[in-house]
Design a protein around this ligand. Structure first.
Ligand SMILES: [Zn+2]
Length: 345
C-alpha cells in the first residue's frame, strides 16, 4: 500500500474549492500552488534515515525566511535565533509563536523539538501572492499572507503554527498515513496540540477556551467564523463563501465519501469532540499528556478503534505514574463512548 504523506495544508481543500466555486480567484490559485507543493513533497521524499542518524542538539534554533511574495521557500533569511525583532510583523510573530511551541514541547511534553533531537524550526513567511494557506511539507513550515478579505496572514495565529509543527511531531512518532481514519487521527492530533498550546500560552483552562480552530485568521468578510470547532463539530461555519462545516461529532454521522483523502479534516471532528470532553474533566494539559503518550505508541495505519485502545491504555499508565488524576482512564473511556467509539462493525 502506498504511504500517504501529509502535505498538511491548514485550510482543508474543500473550503478552498467552495471559495473557487463562488469566484474567489486567489482561492483557485491557492489550490494550484498547494498541488505544486504536494508534488515537490513527493519528489523531495524526506529522508528519514538522515534524521535517525542525526546528532541530538540541546535546543532547536528558529530560522524565519522571507519568501518575498514568490512561490519559492527560503528566499532570504529574515530572522535567526536570538536576533532582534525585524519590524516585519509576520516575521516577528512567527518567530515568537514557534518559540511558544518549542517551549511547550520541551516544558510540558519533555520533547526536544519536532524530532526530539533538537531539530531546527524552519519557517517561511510571505509565500506567494494572496496565498490562502499554511503548510508543513516534511521539514519546514510555510505561511501565506491571505488575500486580506477572506483570510488574513496565516502567521497571525499561534494555533496555526502549533497545528502545523504538530504534523511534524506526528511524522516523527506514529507517522499516521494521511488518508481515511489514520489521516483523520493525524489531523486530530494537530488540532489537539494546536488548541492545547494556545490555551497554555493564553493561560486558559478548558472552560475558558473557545475550542475553535482557524478563527484568528478570518478576514473581514468572514470575521466570527472558524474552520473547525472541537467542542461542537459541524458548527464552525455556514455561509455562502465557505459552504457548511461538514464535521460529524459522532460515529453515527461518519463521513464515508472520498473527498479530502476520505475525510481527514472531516471525521477528525469525532475524536476532537472526545478530547474536548476529556479536557473539560481533567484539564487540557493533563489530557494532552495522555494523547502525546499515545501518539508515541500508535502506528501509521492505526484506525479510530486502535486509537481508543491506545489512548485508554496511556491514561491507565499515566495514572499509575501519578502524572494524571485518578479517574482519567474512565473519563477517556466515557468520552469516546459519547462519540460512538469504539465502533462495532
Ligand atoms: Zn492539518
Amino acid at each position: 500500500m502506498a504511504h500517504y504523506k501529509c502535505n498538511c495544508t491548514f485550510v482543508p481543500p474543500r473550503v478552498l474549492e467552495n471559495l473557487a466555486r463562488v469566484g474567489v480567484g486567489s482561492a483557485r490559485l491557492s489550490i494550484q500552488q498547494s498541488n505544486i507543493s504536494r508534488k515537490k513533497r513527493a519528489a523531495k521524499e524526506i529522508d528519514m534515515k538522515a534524521f535517525i542518524g542525526a546528532k541530538t542538539k540541546a535546543k532547536a534554533k528558529r530560522k524565519v525566511y522571507d519568501c518575498k511574495n514568490t512561490w519559492e521557500q527560503r528566499v532570504k533569511l529574515a530572522r535567526a535565533e536570538g536576533k532582534p525583532a525585524t519590524g516585519d510583523e509576520d516575521v516577528d510573530l512567527v518567530y515568537k509563536y514557534a518559540g511558544n511551541v518549542r517551549d511547550y514541547f520541551s516544558k510540558v511534553l519533555k520533547r526536544n523539538s519536532i524530532d526530539n533531537k533538537g531539530m531546527d524550526l524552519i519557517l517561511n513567511v510571505h509565500f506567494g501572492q494572496d496565498y490562502m494557506n499554511a503548510f508543513w511539507d516534511g521539514d519546514e513550515m510555510t505561511f501565506g499572507d491571505g488575500d486580506g478579505e477572506i483570510f488574513i496572514s496565516f502567521t497571525k495565529s499561534l494555533e496555526v503554527v502549533a497545528h502545523e509543527l504538530a504534523h511534524g511531531v506526528t511524522q516523527f512518532t506514529a507517522d499516521l498515513e494521511y488518508f481515511s481514519q489514520s489521516g483523520a487521527l493525524n489531523e486530530h492530533f494537530s488540532d489537539v496540540f494546536g488548541s492545547a498550546i494556545t490555551q497554555h500560552v493564553l493561560k486558559q483552562d478548558a472552560g475558558q477556551a473557545d475550542w475553535l480552530v482557524g478563527d484568528e485568521i478570518m478576514g473581514p468578510d468572514l470575521y466570527g467564523e472558524s474552520l473547525r470547532s472541537m467542542q461542537a463539530p459541524g458548527t464552525a461555519y455556514d455561509n455562502n463563501l465557505l459552504g457548511k462545516d461538514p464535521q460529524p461529532a459522532h460515529m453515527n454521522d461518519y463521513y464515508a465519501g472520498s473527498d479530502d483523502n476520505q475525510g481527514v479534516h472531516i471525521n477528525s471532528g469525532i475524536p476532537n469532540r472526545a478530547f474536548y470532553l476529556v479536557a473539560t474533566e481533567i484539564g487540557t494539559d493533563k489530557a494532552t499528556l495522555i494523547w502525546y503518550h499515545a501518539l508515541q505508541k500508535l502506528w501509521s495505519t492505526a484506525k479510530f478503534n486502535d486509537a481508543v485502545d491506545v489512548i485508554v491504555n496511556s491514561a491507565r499508565l499515566l495514572t499509575q505514574k501519578k502524572q494524571v488524576p485518578v479517574g482519567s482512564t474512565q473519563q477517556v473511556r466515557a468520552a469516546f463512548r459519547d462519540v460512538g467509539l469504539p465502533h462495532l462493525t
